[in-house]
Design a protein around this ligand. Structure first.
Ligand code: PLP
Length: 416
């Protein structure tokens, strides 16, 4: 009997979604025990303290004022020019590096990562990211017939593990000429870590050393999905100045997204921003990525690109959006701060959180711990190396007591 008609490279593919599964379990528990008695720390969207999905009010207002012709029309494949200008300017603010900088519109940050994988690595190559990572990186690599390897993000003192990073970069470049490295910074998912400027200098130092070999090409992808929740805008971007004056065989690509920055997850608007010391490589960046857009989704959401341009062009509106977002940044910091204080009190080890939507607890038995936590009506996501808590989604009052429950669940399953 014929049970598959898929092409050989597509056979057996299916997406498992741990987050969706844990979220569904949380919803079942809420129906049974009442919402107030359930902590749902699974979902990566911003909820207020009433557990309502947040849309920044000024974003909502401007969204509704976008002319209908802009909503319905096709967009240029590269993106609406005023949107691209806004995307570049808001990516860097005052920290613009001295380099050629070009932007191409993408379907969210995911779209940018898709294009990087396709256009900057060979089929069969291995791409690199930290051992704590956003699972879709692997899916995006494997679907395009590439592999993903990891370096240890932290050393024993919970600082950036530059030795571990250097070892993997060196090892992979001994086997292949192109190396794509995903750095989800600042405000890393799932740990909430941000490399310091000094740690960025170390990472770039490793790349520069390898780039002395002119046959090698290193693509540093800064996945900036959470950058607008990473602290004071210029302080959390200061590392970007270091992207100026790099050798031509190091290309930095920043993946930006309106999903979190404008609370518009479902609108699928983002951009990839290429930063290079070479005019030709900047031109190539625009050409090849536009071409891949044409071949993947054609053009993206024109109405929301226009909306972002309208906000950018009106400094009053932009300031309002920043103020509203800053309020939610503070709310997330308050929730994470409460958790971190209690974690310290009860002796729970957590990874160094600086900012962002998530924090993580290392665990050898994350699935067992998460299942044990279900009994306490606490729902979190089990990752290969630990447990991810979505601080973006848990009201402050429900953060209280969670660290103690995790300690108890860890002890119950023998995960000390
Ligand atoms: N990168 C990371 C680390 C993320 O967590 C997300 C969203 O969850 C994205 C990128 C991209 O999201 P989007 O494609 O919605 O912009």
């Amino acid at each position: 009997m014929i049970t598959s008609v898929a092409a050989s490279h597509a056979k057996g593919k299916f997406a498992t979604d741990r987050i969706f599964g844990a979220n569904a379990a949380a919803n079942r528990a809420a129906a049974k025990y009442g919402k107030e008695n359930v902590v749902n720390a699974t979902i990566g969207v911003l909820l207020d303290n009433e557990e309502k999905l947040v849309c920044l009010p000024t974003v909502e207002k401007v969204y509704h004022s976008v002319p209908m012709t802009e909503v319905v029309n096709y967009a240029p494949i590269a993106g609406v020019p005023e949107y691209l200008e806004a995307a570049i300017d808001l990516t860097f603010f005052d920290q613009r590096p001295d380099a050629y900088i070009k932007a191409v519109a993408t379907a969210g940050g995911s779209g940018a990562i898709h294009h990087v994988v396709w256009n900057y690595s060979e089929i069969g190559d291995t791409l690199l990211t930290a051992d704590w990572y956003w699972a879709p990186y692997k899916v995006l690599c494997e679907d395009a017939l590439r592999k993903l390897d990891t370096f240890p993000l932290f050393d024993a003192d919970q600082n950036f593990n530059v030795q571990g990073f250097a070892a993997k970069v060196t090892d992979l470049l001994a086997k292949q000429n192109n190396l794509v490295v995903f750095m989800n910074m600042p405000a890393h998912n799932p740990t909430g870590y941000s490399l310091t400027d000094e740690e960025w200098a170390q990472a770039l130092g490793v790349c520069k050393e390898q780039a002395k070999n002119q046959d090698k090409r290193i693509i540093v992808v800064v996945d900036a999905a959470y950058i607008d929740y990473a602290g004071e805008k210029n302080a959390c971007r200061s590392f970007m100045k270091q992207f100026g004056g790099l050798p031509a065989n190091i290309l930095v690509i920043i993946a930006s997204s309106l999903s979190k920055s404008y609370t518009l997850y479902g609108q699928r608007v983002g951009a990839m921003i290429g930063v290079t010391s070479s005019q030709e490589i900047a031109k190539e960046f625009e050409d090849i990525n536009q071409y891949t857009s044409r071949a993947t989704w054609s053009n993206i959401n024109r109405g929301v690109m226009r909306m972002a341009a309208m906000i950018y062009q009106d400094k009053g509106l932009l300031a309002q959006v920043e103020a509203e977002r800053n309020g939610y940044y503070k709310l997330i910091q308050e929730r994470a701060g409460l958790f971190a204080r209690e974690a310290q009190e009860v002796g729970l080890k957590m990874l160094p959180f600086k900012a962002g939507f998530f924090l993580s607890i290392p665990s050898q038995k994350s699935e067992a711990v998460c299942e044990k936590l279900y009994e306490e009506n606490v729902f979190a996501v089990a990752l290969p190396k630990g447990i991810r808590i979505a601080v973006c989604a848990v009201p402050t009052r429900k953060m209280a007591g969670m660290a103690a429950k995790i300690v108890k669940a860890k002890a119950a399953v023998g995960d000390e």
